[in-house]
Design a protein around this ligand. Structure first.
Ligand SMILES: Cc1cc2nc3c(=O)[nH]c(=O)nc-3n(C[C@H](O)[C@H](O)[C@H](O)COP(=O)(O)O)c2cc1C
Length: 393
């Protein structure tokens, strides 16, 4: 049994949300319904109250003493908005909070499943497309509308998805939240800095975004996450246990400390391969600077973890500029990894916040392309793929 918070917006398809409520109740879920003011022009709140067996809320001001938008989202396991109007998509995407439904959506920490329904021109409008893109970026599940007969007596895209598709999306969102419950996940992220002197260092362009997004997704799936994070200005999720480190040696020590108890370890950090053989205690004067810098290897963190592996599912990342998959597969074997995610960083792609392309490799020939997208979207795809892979092992 799950607690489903159902938001109903003011569109023709609002009546279909009544059938969805009934289907959820019949399979044993508890349903709390919030209707937008516009939705009440289409279907009476009484319908949803009777079908759900719970009071229906439509206004922020009906029972303000209970702060309903916070209480309802805290109690819910999943928040589904069916149908979502063009207006609701715009408000969700931009963070407007001018009624109960939009306040609840903004306050929700649970997965959001949004099923839009509208006229084809509204759905295809660049503003709506952009709003949908922003929501997908943020990890919202969009249940794409179907193409079919619309209320305007014409055929086009914008018809609310079938009930089974919406139920499946709700189930997938719920399953995801439980997938890593009770599991411990260790993630390394960010660059390292290898000191030349107190103000100069060797480093790289990594921002730690991929690892931070993987940590965020693991938390959303119920894991306890330790994030070993190199120097970055990107904010780490507050719910993670964040261990801040600077050098490769510090990162290696912190990763080893967290490794033995971890069910899954993912090494995304762009660890410096070399460090200055000698580090100066005082800032080196321009005039005294060494003409050459002698370097030595830093510890290979992934190989160190791979050598000590006992039951932890170990995933590496390979940022390659050439022969990507061949090099990554060699690394997979040599470092005793269970899987490796390969991304092409030629031309600087892969670093920073732009789009990325990832292929996951495992075993002798296992391969799954996770596609191209933001690190947020790829983090979800990667955890989905790891879930399938771990279930097989
Ligand atoms: C008859 C009628 C049907 C409508 N159907 C839709 C619809 O299917 N999808 C949509 O996005 N807006 C639809 N609208 C417009 C919305 O009701 C309007 O944008 C409203 O402000 C939405 O409010 P809400 O997002 O708070 O529910 C319809 C309006 C009318 C009058």
């Amino acid at each position: 049994m799950a607690r489903v918070l159902l938001g109903v917006c003011g569109g023709i398809a609002a009546y279909k949300a009544a059938a969805l409520t009934s289907a959820l109740v019949q399979r044993g879920d508890r349903v709390d319904v919030i209707m937008s003011e516009s939705a009440t022009h289409f279907v009476g709140s009484l319908t949803f109250a009777a079908l759900s067996g719970n009071p229906v809320l439509t206004s922020l001001w009906d029972a303000p003493e209970s702060i309903p938008h916070i209480a309802l989202v805290r109690a819910a396991d999943v928040f589904a908005i069916v149908p979502a109007t063009a207006n609701a998509l715009a408000k969700l995407a931009r963070g407007f909070a001018d009624d109960l439904l939009s306040n609840a959506a903004l306050a929700a920490r649970v997965p959001l499943v949004v099923a839009p329904a509208m006229n084809a021109a509204m759905y295809e409008h660049p503003a709506t497309r952009e709003n949908l893109r922003l929501l997908v970026e943020r990890g919202v599940t969009i249940v794409e509308p179907d193409t079919g007969f619309l209320a305007e007596r014409e055929t086009g895209v914008g018809r609310l998805a079938e009930r089974d598709a919406i139920l499946a999306a709700i189930d997938a969102a719920l399953a995801r939240t439980r997938e890593l419950t009770g599991q411990r996940v260790l993630i390394t992220a960010g660059p390292t800095r290898e000191a030349i002197d107190p103000v100069r260092f060797l480093s790289n362009a990594s921002t730690g975004t991929m690892g931070i997004e993987l940590a965020r997704e693991a938390l959303a799936r119920g894991a306890a996450v330790t994030l070993v994070l190199g120097p970055t200005l990107v904010a780490a999720p507050a719910e993670a246990h964040v261990v801040r480190v600077t050098s490769a040696q510090e990162m290696c020590d912190a990763a080893l400390a967290g490794f033995s108890g971890a069910d899954v370890a993912i090494a995304t950090a762009a660890v410096a391969d070399w460090r200055p053989a000698e580090s100066y205690a005082q800032k080196v004067k321009k005039s005294d600077g060494p003409a050459t810098l002698a370097l030595e290897r830093t510890p290979d963190i992934l190989a160190t973890l791979g050598a000590r592996k006992a039951g932890t599912f170990l995933v590496g990342f390979a940022a390659e500029t050439e022969n990507h998959e061949r090099n990554a597969r060699e690394k997979l074997q040599r470092k005793h990894l269970d899987a490796i995610a390969v991304n092409d960083v030629s031309g600087g792609a892969g670093f920073g916040t732009g789009d990325d392309e990832i292929v996951l490799l495992w075993g002798d020939a296992g391969r799954k392309a996770l596609g191209t997208g933001s690190k947020r979207v790829l983090a979800r795809a990667l955890w989905d793929a790891l879930d399938v892979l771990r279930a097989r092992n």
